[in-house]
Design a protein around this ligand. Structure first.
Ligand code: A3P
Length: 297
C-alpha cells in the first residue's frame, strides 16, 4: 500500500522566460550536458497531451515482442525516463536513469519547450515524436493533474487556473509557445513527427502506421494487435505499470492519472462565458501559425 506524500508543493518561478517549478530545473546543468545517442527517441509534449499514451505505445512497439512482460512489470517512468525530472528523495534523476539505460533504442520523455532541449539531441540527429493536444482539453487535464500531484504548484480554483493557462503561468510555461515552438522546429528538422492527441483518439491504426513509417519499424499483424490492445484507454487505466498508481506523490482519491481520455471533456468544465473569452484570446495567440487543432472529433 503506497503512502501519499502531500507536503511538497513548489512555487512557480521564471526560468529563462518560462514558468517552471524547481523539480524540473534543479538538474538543468546535467540536462543541458546530457549525451544523446543517435538511436535515442525523444518523446516531447506539453504536460497532459498524451505523453504516457505514446510512451507506452513506443515501448510496446520496440520491446513488446522481445520482453512481453516489460509493459506489465516495469513502471512507465522507468521504461521511459523523464529527462528533466529531479526529485532525489523519490528516485534517481531522469538524467541518471537515462544514462543507465541499456535498451536500444532508449526512449526518453521531456516536457521541455523546444529551445531548452539539450543540444546533443540535435547533434546526434535523434528522432523526436512530439504530441500535441487541443488547448481546451489540455488545460482541463492539467488542472486535474495539478490537483492530485503534490510535486506541482497549488492549482487554485478552475477560473483562476484557466486564466493562468492563458498567461502561460503553469509549469513548462505557455501551451501556445510550446506547441508553436515545436511546430516551427518540425519545418526545419525532418526527424520530428508531430502527432495530435485527437488523431490518436480518432484512428489509432492510421496513427500507428505513421509512427511505424517514421521510425522505420515493421511490426507483424500480431505485434500490431498487441500494441493496439495494450494502449487502449481501459487497458492502460487498469495497468499499474502505465497508470502511475505506484507514484506516491499522486493522490488518486483526488483524481486518477488516467482520468477520462476523451476529446471534448472541456465542455464539462468551461462555462459559456469562459469559452467565448478563451476563443478570443486563442485566435489572437494562434494567428501567426499554420498549426490547427480540433476540440471535438
Ligand atoms: P485526461 O486527464 O483528459 O483523462 P500525459 O500522459 O501527457 O500526462 O497525459 C495524460 C492524459 O492522457 C490524461 O487525459 C489521460 O487520461 C490521457 N490518456 C492516457 N492514456 C490514454 C489512452 N490510452 N487513451 C486516451 N487517453 C489517454
Amino acid at each position: 500500500q503506497k503512502e501519499t506524500v502531500s507536503h511538497l508543493r513548489p512555487e512557480l518561478f521564471d526560468f529563462h522566460g518560462v514558468s517552471m517549478a524547481h523539480y524540473f530545473t534543479d538538474n538543468c546543468d546535467n540536462v543541458d550536458n546530457f549525451q544523446a545517442k543517435p538511436d535515442d527517441i525523444l518523446i516531447a509534449t506539453y504536460p497532459k497531451a498524451g505523453t504516457t499514451w505514446v510512451s507506452h505505445l513506443l515501448d510496446l512497439l520496440y520491446f513488446g515482442k522481445s520482453s512481453p512482460k516489460r509493459g506489465v512489470s516495469l513502471p512507465i517512468y522507468e521504461r521511459v525516463p523523464f529527462l528533466e525530472f529531479s526529485v532525489p528523495a523519490l528516485c534517481p534523476t531522469g538524467v541518471e536513469m537515462s544514462d543507465k539505460m541499456t535498451t536500444s533504442p532508449r526512449l526518453i520523455k521531456t516536457h521541455l519547450p523546444v529551445q531548452f532541449v539539450p543540444k546533443s539531441f540535435w547533434e546526434q540527429k535523434c528522432r523526436i515524436v512530439y504530441v500535441a493536444r487541443n488547448a481546451k482539453d489540455n488545460v482541463v487535464s492539467y488542472f486535474h493533474f495539478d490537483r492530485m500531484n503534490s510535486l506541482m504548484p497549488e492549482p487554485g480554483d478552475w477560473p483562476n487556473y484557466l486564466q493562468r493557462f492563458q498567461e502561460g503561468k503553469l509549469v513548462f510555461g505557455s501551451w501556445y509557445d510550446h506547441v508553436k515552438g515545436w511546430w516551427e522546429k518540425k519545418q526545419v528538422y525532418p526527424k520530428l513527427l508531430y502527432l495530435h492527441y485527437e488523431d490518436l483518439a480518432e484512428d489509432i491504426d492510421r496513427e500507428l502506421d505513421r509512427v511505424c513509417s517514421f521510425l522505420g519499424v515493421c511490426p507483424t499483424e500480431e505485434e500490431r494487435r498487441q500494441v493496439k490492445e495494450g494502449v487502449k484507454f481501459d487497458a492502460m487505466k487498469k495497468n499499474s505499470m502505465a497508470n502511475y498508481s505506484t507514484m506516491n506523490v499522486m493522490d488518486f482519491k483526488i483524481s486518477p492519472f488516467i482520468r477520462k481520455g476523451k476529446v471534448g471533456d472541456w465542455k464539462n468544465h468551461f462555462t459559456v462565458y469562459q469559452n467565448e473569452q478563451f476563443d478570443k484570446e486563442y485566435q489572437k495567440k494562434m494567428m501567426n501559425t499554420t498549426l490547427k487543432f480540433r476540440t471535438e472529433i
